[in-house]
Design a protein around this ligand. Structure first.
Ligand code: AMP
Length: 193
């Protein structure tokens, strides 16, 4: 059983790499961004609440995100371990996650941090937006810049937080998808060694 977190700025490749690793290890892949996009598509109250924040590149309030994640992690398919992609995104969410882990008698095995500089991120996000056919309304240059500001202010402090906890693995996210994938798999092997 493994509990892992993918950490990194928007456009770092968290979703892509999380998918590979989840398949390889048979872990549940939980992307809070995907959960919100599904909720929006279905028109649920959570989706309605989340949309205005997402469209502006802001974080959805902690109470909404934490409740969603806590409920989801109670389901049976999370028993075998999971991989969080896009959560936690600030220190308060990290504390909420610690609470869930403690309640389930588990701990975080590792945090995979994909490090990528801003200029590369903006270019990647704009390209993803063009290729998504409108599925990602927040993948415009303007919103991407705001998401990066929000990332630096709220999410980046988690790098130091998890480094201090001794669970952070820093990976160069500017490399090719295959190279990052190999580095991710090697890092996870190292964790269980
Ligand atoms: P993502 O797909 O991870 O880039 O997330 C897209 C958007 O969903 C973010 O810009 C936020 O508006 C919202 N979101 C996703 N995860 C979280 C989270 N953990 N906390 C707050 N907002 C989130």
């Amino acid at each position: 059983m493994s509990q892992l977190v993918f950490l990194g700025p928007p456009g770092a490749g968290k979703g892509t790499q999380a998918k590979f690793l989840a398949e390889e290890k048979g872990l549940l892949h939980l992307s809070t961004g995907d959960m919100f996009r599904n909720a929006i598509a279905k028109g649920t109250p959570t989706g309605v609440q989340a949309k205005s924040y997402m469209d502006q590149g802001q974080l959805v309030p902690d109470s909404v995100v934490d409740a969603l994640v806590v409920e989801r992690l109670k389901e049976d398919d999370a028993r075998g371990g999971y991989l969080l992609d896009g959560y936690p995104r600030n220190l308060s969410q990290a504390e909420a996650l610690d609470g869930v882990l403690a309640e389930h008698g588990t701990k975080l095995d590792g945090v995979l941090f994909l490090d990528v500089p801003d200029d590369v991120l903006i270019a990647r996000i704009v390209k993803r937006g063009e290729e998504s056919g409108g599925a990602r309304a927040d993948d415009t240059e303007e919103v991407a810049r705001e998401r990066l500001v929000v990332y630096r202010e709220h999410t980046e402090p988690l790098v130091k937080h998890y480094e201090a906890a001794g669970v952070l693995v820093r990976l160069d996210g500017t490399k090719s998808i295959d190279d990052v994938k190999a580095a991710v798999f090697a890092a996870v092997e190292g964790m269980s060694a």
